[in-house]
Design a protein around this ligand. Structure first.
Ligand code: SOE
Length: 386
């Protein structure tokens, strides 16, 4: 087999990002299995037809069940809203399809565990969409930690800041509804930070958090379901049922301390995704707005040149750099998805589980739920108790 036939459920922001990655793969990673973009699926037939044409899919359908019995579908890529993940993933696993599912894996820890169990029972490959792991500068941070070049790790300090809902007239889109999204800033943005902390530092043992919903009522979206609200005299509103911002403290199993901030109310921050790690021998600082760089400080440097310096992760030996552009030419957000799908196709080719798999999705969900419980009960929660 040198082709992986794909059926993709979802066609908006992530559908576009995933389609772009599938298209780039054979051009930049010709040794990989070749993705074949067979069927794109979405509930609105007209809209999914248009997206399919624009993104380059061969066929489209409005019912994801159509994908299950087809022999020309090996992999189901789920990037529909979070409340659709579980049913599709379990049915697809039972039909023997490999799985890629966007984050957060599910609406609850229990649901995510059922998804993992179904995938393991079916013996299919399963991967969760923590695309930021595949940023070369973040991979460099991991390498420095693993090689002991930062020494013992003391602090992980992370923040993911957006501001797209600061305006109170912004409509009540699905991401602001608990029954569809699971949670708000915590599950959408915090999930990425939690996963990066697992990837870089290790397991989180206990957490305590706080959250706020600053705007509690919002206008309903207009018929397009897009980002515009119903306006005029008939304008109706509905309750926001997720967190606008969540902050939490964490203790890692290895003794490091963590602080996490996820908010959609950081006015002026469009999408600032950053972390800083301090160890006994050095520190790193990462900011996704400058995603090709890692700032590093090593205490062993000569005293007169100590301080943070900028390492550009665009050239060999940095990850993936030889596949893209000549030395010094940066890559962008979309490349993280290409790298993630390269990992998935490589895992299918070599008959191994990709990473991050649904197990990492479950692990993240466990921390999300521990944070929510700590907020509800106003106390520290042991992650392993859930
Ligand atoms: C929207 O808040 C969002 O697109 C997230 O859903 C993504 O996972 C994150 O990468 C950027 O922000």
């Amino acid at each position: 087999m040198n082709t992986v036939n794909i059926g993709m459920v979802g066609y908006k922001f992530m559908g576009k990002a995933h389609s772009n990655a599938y298209r780039a793969l054979p051009m930049f990673f010709p040794h990989s299995l070749k993705p074949s973009m067979n069927v794109i699926c979405g509930r609105n037939l007209e809209a999914v037809a248009a997206a399919g044409k624009q993104f380059g899919w061969k066929e489209h359908t409005s019912d994801w069940r159509d994908l299950l019995d087809r022999d020309d579908i090996d992999l189901i890529d789920i990037n529909a809203p979070s409340n659709a993940h579980k049913e599709i993933a379990i049915a697809a696993a039972k039909a023997g399809k490999h799985l890629y599912c966007e984050k957060p894996l599910a609406l609850s820890l229990a649901d995510s565990r059922e998804m993992l169990e179904a995938a393991e029972k079916a013996g299919v490959k399963h991967m969760v969409g923590f695309n930021y792991r595949f940023t070369p500068a973040i991979m460099l941070a991991k390498q420095l930690i693993e090689e002991g070049r930062l020494g013992d790790i003391y602090h992980f300090r992370a923040w993911f800041l957006q501001d797209w809902i600061v305006d109170p007239s912004f409509p009540l889109v699905w991401r602001l509804q608990q029954e569809i999204a699971g949670s708000g800033a915590l599950g959408d943005l915090g999930a990425h930070l939690i996963d990066l902390s697992h990837y870089l530092i290790g397991d989180i043992s206990e957490v305590i958090g706080m959250s706020e919903t600053f705007i509690k009522e919002r206008p309903l979206p207009d018929e397009s379901g897009g980002l515009s609200a119903i306006t005029g005299d008939t304008a109706a509103t509905g309750p926001v049922t997720v967190d606008d911002a969540t902050l939490f403290l964490a203790r890692f199993a290895n003794g490091a301390l963590g602080t996490f901030e996820a908010t959609r109310f950081a006015t002026g921050h469009r999408s600032t995704n950053s972390f800083e790690i301090n160890g006994s021998k050095g520190s790193v600082i990462f900011d996704f707005e400058r995603m090709n760089e890692l700032q590093v400080h090593f205490s062993e440097d000569e005293a007169d040149v100590q301080g943070f310096r900028r390492v550009l992760a665009t050239d060999p030996p940095h990850a993936y750099s030889d596949a893209w552009w000549p030395a010094g030419h940066p890559i962008g957000y979309e490349h993280t998805f290409t790298h993630a799908f390269l990992e998935l196709l490589d895992a299918i080719q070599k008959d191994r589980q990709p990473s991050p798999s649904f197990s990492e999705g479950v692990k993240c969900q466990q921390v999300l739920e521990a944070v929510e419980l700590s907020i509800k009960d106003r106390k520290w929660i042991q992650v392993s108790s859930l």
